[in-house]
Design a protein around this ligand. Structure first.
Ligand code: 8Y7
Length: 283
């Protein structure tokens, strides 16, 4: 069995004996300014630097919104959003940069520009994605999603959500193995909110130890998601405390990386969590 607590991603070896925080960096054009491309690059880089100062261990850079009903972005537009940001950050920070994309060509160019992790919400299901991921030595996050971002929240149905998510992740792990991708380069993600109702998200969170049986670390993304809004009855900008609770629970259930908007608060919450996980049972 491979070492489950070392994540190989590009030139980095991330020690997952302690939980890690992946900070979210969205690169979307600023429709309220006429500063154009440079303005959105500068904004994204500045935000990324702030997240690193707050303790982010990884930065996840995305140029296409994958929220329910979001409009897909073309290849050239996505590239022109994310590549300049990755090039700049690769020079300015010393944490692994993750590219949030499902397009093989974006994976290739992002890795060339300095990305160390490929974060694919389609779990490498797009034609050519496994091949593109196999080419370099980037780490890979395989995420489960039922449907597509355009349709996924319409009517998600499962006979057994935990077994279905687990079977999918197992299948994609095997596809990676067949393509020559070493297991140390892979982390798995149940894909909270991606084609899942609240009951499905909660069942997955409760049953994370079953997913861990696949032998790879789990990345969990619950930050500000609607499942939390459903539980507490709050809008997206009022979900910080619920998000912290979700990250702490995910790590107590075995997740090793959490993908979040609010880095500083999450780092503090996970320091407490980690202290408890590593505490002596009888002192
Ligand atoms: C996740 C994600 C999003 C997640 C991974 C949002 C890109 C939606 N969520 N990637 N991406 N896991 N691996 O609300 O849960 O942040 S976008």
């Amino acid at each position: 069995m491979q070492n489950q607590s070392l994540f190989h991603c590009g030139k980095f070896r991330l020690n997952l004996a302690h939980p890690r925080v992946m900070g979210i960096v969205n690169v979307t054009p600023d429709s309220f300014s006429d500063g154009g491309r440079h303005a959105s690059t500068d904004l994204a880089v500045a935000h990324a630097l702030k997240l690193v100062a707050e303790g982010a261990d990884i930065l996840d850079i995305g140029g296409e919104s994958t929220r329910p009903n979001a409009i897909p972005v073309g290849l050239d537009e996505e590239l022109s959003r994310v590549i300049p940001v990755i090039e700049r950050l690769a020079q300015e920070v010393d944490v692994p940069l993750s590219i949030d994309t499902y397009k093989p060509e974006v994976m290739r160019q992002a890795v060339k520009a300095g990305a160390a992790i490929i974060n694919d919400i389609y779990g490498l299901r797009q034609p050519g994605a496994v091949q593109a991921a196999a080419e370099g030595n980037a780490g890979i996050c395989i995420m489960h999603m039922q449907g597509t971002p355009q349709t996924m929240q319409q009517e998600p149905v499962y006979a057994d959500v935990v077994q279905e998510v687990k079977a999918f992740l197992h299948e994609q792990l095997q596809a990676c193995h067949a393509a020559g991708i070493s297991a140390e380069r892979i982390v798995l993600d149940p894909g909270f909110g991606f084609g899942k109702r609240t009951v499905h998200n909660l069942a997955l969170l409760q049953a994370m130890p079953a997913i861990l049986e696949l032998g790879r670390p789990i990345l969990a993304g619950l930050s500000r998601k609607s499942v939390l809004g459903q539980i507490i009855g709050s809008d997206v900008d009022q979900r910080l405390h619920a998000s912290l609770a979700a990250s702490v629970i995910a790590v107590m259930k075995g997740a090793r990386i959490v993908r979040v908007h609010d880095v500083k608060a999450t780092v503090d919450a996970l320091k407490v969590t980690d202290a408890v996980i590593h505490a002596q049972a009888s002192a």
